[in-house]
Design a protein around this ligand. Sequence first.
Ligand code: GRF
Length: 214
Amino acid sequence: MKLAVLISGRGSNLEALIKATSEPDYPAEICLVVSNRGDAGGLKIATAAGIETAVIKPKDFESREEFEEALNVRIQDSGAQLICLAGFMWLLGESFSHGWRDRLLNIHPSLLPAFKGLHVQAQAVEMGVRFSGCTVHFVRPELDDGPIIVQAVVPVLPGDDTETLSARILEQEHRIYPMAVRWIAEGRVRVSGERVLIDGANPPDQVLVSPAVA
Ligand code: GRF
């Protein structure tokens, strides 16, 4: 299965996907990395791995719709069958997300539906939650919404600040994103209503507890 990965920044999740897809038995490969910012660090990571990159900036278009259509055309041309948003700082509209319905994934650093939006690790620390984590989900037009494929849970420890909690969550992001993509590429994932069913996976496989808690 061919993947397009959309980024805006550092690209550590992209790096995790590159690492996974370079394993000989992995059932997917990255055919394109697109950034909506020219200075995204992830572009260098993609280039170093020999992956084709494109920079498509919203400000070069008259409207959101035109930007998203250019993005769509570029991705279609690459032959991608699945899109992974990996720190892509842009809320894709209805037309784009409907066109890629159930073929468009996102990773978010909280246990959705808790803590949508930005700075969610800081919010988790401020709210004093005992557990947080990350979620890979199919994208719907509303922010950080859509059927959940896999989540990983981490503890929020008494001395945590945003940085320490973010690092603990990020480690799990790098673990579960390649896992979700693998399940999809193996043809094991179905969306039923707003729930995701994974053939051959038991519920515990889909709610992974980090080694720190297990
Ligand atoms: C990650 O925390 C991801 O969950 C969120 O944006 C961040 C991107 O980080 N959507 P990176 O660019 O993959 O390092």
